[in-house]
Design a protein around this ligand. Structure first.
Ligand code: ZN
Length: 175
């Protein structure tokens, strides 16, 4: 049975560290971490999570876009673990959109991100995969990638005025 992991929050120094690449994907510890992250992101109504958020400083993320209480308009996709991912190419166009973070509860930011990217990553079996992404899923990928470099979304806003509370965000959603 997968275990729900504690999500660390802004102020924990692990969130500001650079995460290590994973060398032995088949290691039981890594496979268990993947299962636990899948369970944790689902339970937390997240659309993505990066291993550093559970105090495991590895380049492992789950992208799990689906409509939920925190992101009612998110597209649905199969939750996908991505190991040692990198961006191969990206659009010149960036778009601003609202983000939150399970490690920064209560705050939302209007963050500019590339509109489209092509990425390469290893799946949980160690197989190399390429994926093209656009819009919201691209946003999740870039947000989670930032966690590997000690960057969080509040660092990415163009102006402090682009940070608002969850309560005010809910008002925007229902407009
Ligand atoms: Zn985050």
């Amino acid at each position: 049975m997968a275990e729900l992991l504690e999500i660390i929050e802004l102020g924990d120094p692990i969130l500001r560290q650079t995460a290590q690449a994973i060398e032995n994907i088949q290691d039981d510890r890594i496979q268990t971490l993947i299962d636990n992250l899948l369970a944790t992101v689902k339970q937390a109504n997240g659309v993505g999570i990066a291993a550093p958020q559970v105090a495991e400083s590895y380049q492992l993320m789950i992208i799990a876009s689906r409509p939920n209480l925190r992101y009612p308009t998110a597209p649905s996709m199969e939750p996908t673990p991505m190991i040692n991912p990198r961006i191969l190419s990206h659009s010149t166009e960036t778009v601003k959109g609202w983000e939150g973070c399970l490690s920064i509860p209560g705050i939302r930011g209007n963050v500019p991100r590339y509109q489209a990217i092509e990425v390469e990553f290893l799946d949980r079996f160690g197989k190399s995969q390429k994926m093209e992404m656009t819009d919201f899923v691209t946003r999740i990928f870039q947000h989670e990638s930032d966690h590997f470099h000690g960057i969080v979304f509040v660092d990415r806003v163009e102006s402090p005025a682009d940070l608002i509370t969850e309560k005010e965000y809910q008002k925007i959603l229902t407009k």
